[in-house]
Design a protein around this ligand. Structure first.
Ligand code: THG
Length: 279
């Protein structure tokens, strides 16, 4: 399965059979108060710096999240998108639960974006699917619905299937549906990672769709986050994760290693290039 996204000029193909595509997570105000304060002052230098450093560290796509209490993201999300695509040509992943902010951003975005995110709730499907169709965007579908979040991987799979089916009925092709099995903090629930890993395996085998997740979520509240995130990333990729949202400054070498081990890097070209470029 291949999902094609486009920035102003650059095309990125997320392929279930190909190397892992990295969606950079760092444009996110959680614990980055400087991002909120600079953006609110109309200062876009810091967000551009975050983009630049992630791209040079290996990000293929940038997640753009400017949501914060008191922030008007209907105004700020499109502004940030314009600034980013003025300077960089890679595709953007528009991260907001607010359909009005997403629509405002889609109106100004060049290329083909990823909407982050839709879920199985009726209100969410009804709000986002027509937007994705009308603006020619792909979607991330979260495995939760009006009954909340289930701990049963088969039920998460069923929600993924429902989102794909509703998308198809709206006129969105299945390549443009990327499933998020929901990665959550393992400090809060010891089974959290196992449930998600099993969901990744099921979605991969039964639906064959591309799969993403906010992989750094799992280590909230724990020390040694890099190690935990790395171990979890490798297991996720082996199960079928194809386009994680993660911090490229920390995770890219692990991802290049996983691709090589899984025969997605002939002659170790990308692996060797990565380390040579960092010497
Ligand atoms: N699924 C989807 N989208 C998402 C999430 C998801 N978007 C938001 C979030 N979850 C993914 N993004 C982040 C961004 C940052 C962190 C975690 C998830 C994070 N950052 C470190 C911190 O807060 O300490 C700092 C980063 C660093 O190490 O430098 O943890 O689940 N579809």
């Amino acid at each position: 399965m291949k999902t094609t996204l486009r920035g102003r000029t650059r095309e990125v193909v997320i392929d279930t059979e190909g190397p892992v595509v990295i969606i950079g997570e760092n444009i996110n105000p959680t614990r980055r108060s400087r991002l909120v304060s600079t953006l609110q002052q109309g200062d876009f230098e810091y967000v551009l710096e975050l983009a630049e450093s992630q791209i040079s560290a290996g990000a293929d796509i940038l997640d753009v999240n400017v949501g914060f209490p008191g922030v008007d993201d209907v105004k700020l999300l499109p502004e940030t998108v314009m600034r980013l695509q003025d300077r960089f040509d890679i595709p953007l992943c528009l991260d907001s639960p607010n359909p009005r902010a997403i629509e405002a951003a889609l109106k100004v975005a060049a290329g083909k974006c990823l909407i982050n995110s839709v879920n199985g709730e009726e209100d969410s499907l009804n709000a986002f699917l027509p937007l994705a169709r009308d603006y020619g965007a792909a979607i991330i579908g979260l495995c939760m619905d009006d009954d909340g979040i289930t701990h049963d991987p088969e039920k998460r799979l069923a929600i993924a299937g429902k989102i794909a089916e509703r998308a198809a009925r709206t006129g969105i092709s299945e390549e443009d549906v990327i499933i998020d099995p929901l990665a959550m903090a393992v400090s809060a629930d010891p089974k959290a990672c196992l449930v998600t890993l099993e969901t990744i395996g099921l979605v991969s085998k039964k639906l064959g769709l591309n799969i993403t997740q906010g992989a750094s979520n799992i280590s909230f509240g724990l020390p040694g986050r890099e190690f935990l995130n790395s171990a979890y990333m490798v297991l996720s990729i082996y199960n079928g994760l194809s386009c994680p949202i993660a911090n490229p400054e920390k995770i890219t070498p692990i991802i290049r290693a996983a691709d090589l081990i899984l025969d997605r890097d002939d002659y170790a070209i990308r692996f060797v290039e990565y380390f040579q470029s960092r010497q």
